[in-house]
Every structure is written in C-alpha cells, then in structure tokens.
Design a protein around this ligand. Structure first.
Ligand code: 0PR
Length: 375
C-alpha cells in the first residue's frame, strides 16, 4: 500500500481503467446475470451501509428482507414460506441440503441429483460430506425419475429437481420427483436459481414450486432474471422448522441467532431485490420474460434458416444449438466480440438470452453466425 493516499481523482482514474477492461453486457450471450434494473441500483446505493449479519442495527432492512421472502413465497404458491436472502444460488443450494443433512442424522448421507445439476452440488459434496449421486436424463434433458429411484437407498436424505437447468433451460418432472420424495419420506429441493423468475411468467404453465406437495425448499435468484443487484439469491422453505438446523447462537450481536451461511451480509442487495419486485410487479416481469422469449424464438428461427437445430425447442430463454465445428465457430464469433458458452453432453453452443440483449443485437448475431459458418 502507498504510504500516502491518492486523491479521489487519481483513484477514480484507476477504477475507470479497470472498468474499461470489463465487458459491457451488449454482446454477452453466455451470462445468467444481467444489468440490474435502475431502481434496484438506486435502492442498493441507499442501503449501502446495511449489514443483515447484525440486523438488530438494521430493523428497517430486516423488514424489507421479510417482505421479499413473502413476495417470493407468493410467487411460488406458499405465502407462508420462510427463508432468507443469500449470496446466490450456490449458498441457497448448500443451505437447503445442509438442513436436510442435519435433520436426517445419517452417518453416510447421500443425495440424488439430475446429471444436469449445477456445479454447486459438487461443492456441496465436498463441504457437507454428502455423496452426490447423479441420475441420467431422458431425450429432452429432463431427469428420468425411474433412474433417480434406482439410486435411492436407506442413506438418501434428499432428491433435487431443477426448474431451469443451467445448460438447456429444461424443467425436470417435479411432480414425479415429489411422489418419489413423499413415498421415501425424504426432502425434495428445487433448484430454480435461474427459472424461478422465468417460469411463473411463461405463457405455458409448469408446476414446479410449493403448489406441489412434497417440495420442501426452493432456490430462486433475484440477481439472475429477478433483475436485482449482486449478491441476491433466495432460499425458501415450506416449513419454518427447516430453518432450525441452520441456527447458531450469536451471543455478542444485537440479535441472538442467525441462519445465514455468511456472517456479515449485504442489506443493499436485499433493498435492491425489494425495490425491483415492487416496481415491476407480475406484469413487469411478464413483459421482460415475453421479450426474452420473443428474442429466443427469433434466434432459433434464424439458426434453423442456417440449418442449425436446437437440441430441444426452447422452454425458457436458454438455447443449445447443434453447431458444426463448434469450437472453430465460437472462436470466430469471439473475434467479432461475441461471448458464447457450451453445454457438456452433448456438446452444443449454449446461448442465454438475457434482458440486456435486444432485437437488433439478435439479428446481428444471426448474421455473424452465418458469416462464421461460411468462412
Ligand atoms: N443453480 C443453477 C441452476 C444455476 O444456473 C446457477 C448459476 C447456480 C445454481 C449457482 O448460482 P450462483 O452463481 O448465484 O451461486 N449458473 C450460472 C453458472 O455458474 C451463473 C452465471 C452467472 C454464469 C453469470 C455466468 C455468468 O456470467 O454457470
């Protein structure tokens, strides 16, 4: 560190240099985060000092957190759901499975997840000492419930279903997984980190949430399609008793107990999530999802004109395209400024159509894709 501090102007210039190296979202088709809604940014700045790790000092922010959980509970068909705002999908998934592990008290616990599960479940295996068993998928990249059932044994403490898979944007047959969970008397956690703020606003209706008996917990992230600031994930439980295994005593804080994984945690992101949910309402989110789906369909149509097929018809605003000479084409697209991603199995070009994109950019992408395929 410098002996003498720099002036504000000098520091801002340093920051600006760093910022210029960052990517603006305009040609990013690989991210599940987006530019936060301006009202979330305003709210975030207003609550920048707030620490929910010691919420006795910030009762106003704590109220906002309770309201966000209530809004999300209503969105997921249980207005009495409880939970808290996490740092993101990873923390929510860890905490949900930590609850399951602590309630079940097995010596060698295992969970059964779809093989499409996000890599946060590999972290769970390591951190929580749980064996993670991966069940195969059907032809549409949904988990096959019969394969899941084969992996269940006396040490299985939970099943996981995905509502909006990271790679294909697919929704697992949650009702069938719920029947399995109920018949084996085990937890069913739903990872809707991405899909939570998409599925309720799609024209086609899918049941994936607390409307299904047997679903015990849900991950859904305001900092993805919820349009809020980072870090804002959501963890919801149907039953308040599920929070107890996460509880620790905090004798020297203004509060006596805490359920979060992190100690100090952002009240600003909670204010951001509250502001954007109140501002957009159901209609506002529906408009955003409609727009993203419109762009997704147009992209798929443009790709089909180039003889490129998606592996599944888009369920949400994620597509996996069967592009020949994938790595070569991706490299060429990268030279034109595009960020694309890949799926693991089968290998495909994975594109996430987020709100920071627009119709003109989609047309430009289709035309650049055409050029890259030809050259
Ligand atoms: N569950 C699912 C289904 C997810 O897709 C993700 C993240 C998580 C859990 C974990 O969420 P957090 O990253 O909030 O802990 N999926 C993306 C991924 O890691 C997130 C992402 C976001 C990727 C922005 C790229 C990016 O630019 O693949």
């Amino acid at each position: 560190m410098n002996q003498k501090g720099l002036s504000e102007k000098e520091v801002l210039a340093l920051l600006n240099n760093a910022r210029l190296k960052d990517t603006s979202y305009s040609k990013v088709l690989s991210a599940m985060c987006t530019r936060p809604h301006p009202i979330a940014v305003k709210a975030h700045m207003q609550f920048i000092e707030s620490n929910l790790g010691d919420f006795g000092l910030f009762p106003g922010t704590k109220e906002l957190e309770e309201k966000v959980i209530k809004l999300m509970g209503e969105l997921f068909c249980d207005q009495n759901a409880c939970g808290y705002i996490t740092t993101g999908g990873t923390e929510s998934n860890i905490q949900a499975l930590r609850t399951a592990r602590n309630l079940c008290n097995k010596q060698h616990p295992n969970i059964v997840v779809p093989s499409s599960a996000h890599f946060s479940f590999d972290k769970i295996a390591d951190i929580l000492g749980i064996e993670v068993r991966k069940a195969g998928l059907d032809g549409e990249f949904k988990v096959d419930p019969s394969l899941m059932e084969k992996l269940i044994d006396d040490n299985t403490i939970a099943l996981v279903g995905i509502a909006g898979s990271t790679e294909f944007g697919q929704i697992d047959p949650i009702d069938k997984l719920a029947s399995l969970a109920l018949s084996h008397d085990i937890f069913l956690h739903i990872d809707a980190a991405f899909g939570g703020f998409v599925i309720p606003f799609l024209d086609k209706k899918y049941e994936f949430d607390f409307s299904i008996r047997g679903v015990t917990s849900i991950t859904a992230d305001p900092h993805k399609m919820g349009m809020s600031t980072i870090p804002a994930g959501g963890l919801l439980f149907r039953d308040e008793a599920c929070l107890l295994p996460l509880q620790v005593d905090t004798p020297y804080l203004t509060i006596r107990k805490q359920h979060s994984l992190t100690g100090t945690r952002s009240g600003a992101a909670v204010a951001g999530a509250y502001a954007v949910m109140m501002h957009l309402g159901m209609e506002g989110y529906k408009k955003i999802v409609d727009r993203c789906m419109g762009m997704t369909y147009r992209l798929v149509e443009g790709a089909k004109d180039l003889d490129i097929r998606p592996f599944i018809d888009p369920v949400m605003n994620i597509v996996a395209l069967d592009v020949p000479e994938l790595e070569k084409v991706r490299k060429k697209l990268r030279e034109k400024g595009w960020f694309t991603s890949v799926t693991r199995n089968p290998r495909a070009m994975r594109l996430v159509i987020m709100p920071h994109l627009n119709e003109g950019i989609i047309e430009l992408f289709i035309s650049d894709l055409r050029d890259c395929l030809r050259s």
